[in-house]
Design a binder for this molecule. Sequence first.
Ligand SMILES: [Zn+2]
Length: 373
Amino acid sequence: MFRPLFCPNSECGNHYSHLPSTGWYVKNGSYQSRLFGRIQRFRCRRCGTGFSAQTFSLDFSVKRKLSYRTIFSHLVTSSGIRDTARLLKVSPTTITNRITRLARQAVAVHSSLSTEVRLQEDLTADGFESFVYSQYFPNNIHLLVGKESQFWFALDYAHLRRKGRMTEYQKRKNTEMQTRFNLYRRSIYRSYQELVRTTLDLQDRSGRPSVRLFTDEHRQYVRVYRDLSPEEKRRIQHRRISSKLPRTVRNDLFSVNYLDREIRKDNSDHTRETVQFARNASNCMERLAVYRFYHNYCKPYRIAKQQLSCMTHAEQAGIPAGRIRAEIKTFFTQRRFFRRVRGMSVSDSMIWLRSIVTPMKLKAEYLPAYAYS
Ligand SMILES: [Zn+2]
């Protein structure tokens, strides 16, 4: 028998508090669903909102039942959306909708589990270059990774301008497109600043006097560091590593370089010279949020060439295995709610709310009301 644990209305006090198992709601009849059978209805005694057992399911308001596990395993092994759609005999839009749901689960689980980390290591950060919509709109997706654990803390989107060799026609087209898009741009500076903020949070919770952050020699990274307050500068030691150094295990940027390679290998959006590039910035980030969940909580930590540990990257970073198991147990079934998620970073809330602008698609993303609750 299903028992609701909180009211799904985010405006209601019963949405947040730990409630007694009964008494705060009343049963309010039931209805028959073609897909899920008989569903119990409830009503909150505090705000009067009606809801059902289905409101708390990841399959909330779907018209079709699909296996989230199948979609998940395709997504992290370089299948395109269209391939997965053909395989499950549904439209690509349906697959994209399910990935949005999985991405929010992934963001919620990551936010809540990473509050467990008491940082015992230094960090590395770098921009992963790809593009969305067309090659006129390259991007830099910033990654923040544990130097020893290879735990992936954060990802954040920055828009770049197209550079390099172009024909006269391409140059004209580029200038015209970039001018139209300028207002909506999320700069490298702004995006990297978000990673630095996450680093400061991690340092604060770790109890260590300071944390070293290794990056390449990008000018914008230096600017962000220069603009920190003297107190913040004491808490982060910025170490710049030349990108000309060999990219071996001994390189201080090894863990972020390793992740960069894994992303290119496992995500069809970012495979080089492909026709399966992302058309939409928010979709692209959602897929990466799911991939981060897979990398941190499912994939074994790499200890040496060809050798894998039995621990995940998250355990390596100090997150208790029991906590991870408990979250994974309900990952494909129990819907997470935006305002109940603890410790969500700005970058992650941008993924949840689909607020990263896709070039040439300047209208706001369609966002169903339930995304905010
Ligand atoms: Zn309520």
